[in-house]
Design a protein around this ligand. Sequence first.
Ligand SMILES: O=C(O)c1cc(C(=O)O)c2c(n1)C(=O)C(=O)c1cc(C(=O)O)[nH]c1-2
Ligand SMILES: [Ca+2]
Length: 553
Amino acid sequence: QGPTDADLMNDAKSTGDVLTYGMGPQAHRFSTLNAINSGNVSKMVPAFSASLGGEKQRGQEAQPIVYDGIIYVTGSYSRLFAFDARTGEEKWQYDARLPDGIMPCCDVVNRGAAIHGDKIIFATLDARLVALNRLTGKVIWNKQIADYKEGYSATAAPLIVRGMVITGNSGGEFGVVGAVDARDVNTGELIWHRPVIEGHMGTLKGQDNGVTGKLNATWQGDLWKSGGGATWLGGTYDPDTNLLFFGTGNPAPWNSHLRPGDNLYTASTLAIDPETGVIKWHYQTTPHDGWDFDGVNEFIPFDATINGKPMKLGAKADRNGYFFVLDRTNGKFISANKFVMQTTWANGFNKAGKPNVIPEGRPPAPGEGKGKSVFASPSFLGGKNWMPMAYSQDTGLFYIPSNDWGMDIWNEPIAYKKGAAYLGAGFTIKSIAEDHIGALRAMDPKTGKIVWEYKNKAPLWGGVLSTGGNLVFTGTPEGYLKAFDAKTGQELWKFQTGSGVVGSPVTWEQDGEQYVAVMSGWGGAVPLWGGEVAKSFKDINQGGALWVFKLPK
Ligand SMILES: O=C(O)c1cc(C(=O)O)c2c(n1)C(=O)C(=O)c1cc(C(=O)O)[nH]c1-2
Ligand SMILES: [Ca+2]
């Protein structure tokens, strides 16, 4: 009858399938499989490739779901494909008919589906959630998350916890209000609605949001009403503490002089009670964000002994260039360490978890100061953007797909208008290193030190997978899926897929053999917003294909 709630919670341990975005609710992206390993990966070859067809191909950011001999992938234009996991033959395809006038900020993308019982569920760019029969592709239910005409969209893979489909929303560049929603997986009916901007009450189960004092205390006037904080990357779930962790995006507008204050809960990680939607704790990684550092990056639960004390922790490699470790039971700050070459906005974090802000690093108000623009690093595209890192239970390291780059950024006047871009800022992305933008970095969460790094000419824009075979996989815009030694970073294997790889690789076991799969198809925010920097590396062809690999028999 299909995967149960318990199967989803057990996904990290069940090697015969991939049931969740993140390969487990904690999103470690780690598989214990070791048939393919650092000793033999150099022999890995394609098993098959499957085309998404069609003329409309943009960023293929999806992570495949694998269940009962079928691989499910979403395509950039809100499409869902079911391929035979042994041959690549297409079983069915679903095309959401998107209305004219959708407003995704950063290319047409979709990061993947969720599976439960007889259903496969994904979000569409017009901010809807569609549940299909996983065997036939027929629609079971179709619900609106929010109104696309107001600037809302949806790009993240849903998360399923205890019979609830939990989603975020996109639209931070249009002054929407970020929110987390829980729906009944069987009917799509809303269970709770948790807006993540102070001032909005939402519909929670039983109680208010637990905020003390004035509801919109960190906002002035009516600004909270269009405050942004989109939860556009979805979330993770920790069965251990029974908490959902959702990152929240940039405050709106980007021009921070128009919205004095900390602007809670933007650019933060929130711990949410899955039963009620109540926010249990929050930690803001970029107070009063003025760079679109956003803060949606995934928060990954892990356990480690710190100063002789075993602790339940969580880690987040933030777009602002810092790698955070928090106590995941209460959100208490443990450490923040730089994982990129340069951060111009802050010089580390103090013991209380507040950034040592560099005042000159903030883009000035229009017409203020000496020059109108400042150089800022990381660029708004981030020390790390949406692409998920992996955590290896074997090495104890996090593998961060990061980028070293900066931007000239300036502010402009802007007024909120429903359904229109709401930035009040302009930018030019700049290189800061001769030899690379991308860098895959192995971070030791106990020391905050980078153990190894692999540098890539073009920005890295795909997810990471780590395995019990001492391997780390990630893709490159230049078209390669690559495998590295998890301990040393030595490159051991690569395969040219024909277009840029910005998807997240997965691995599973089938008929006694280990398989690795990844989507190929260049797109996402870099070709759209990267300007001259995007032109500085080789021209990359569009694509749209699933690639599946294994060892030769
Ligand atoms: O604030 C938002 O709502 C929002 C949404 C998205 C998205 O849904 O893809 C991106 C961003 N912001 C963003 O700032 C960004 O750099 C970005 C890159 C990408 C991508 O898929 O390449 N999406 C988004
Ligand atoms: Ca954003």
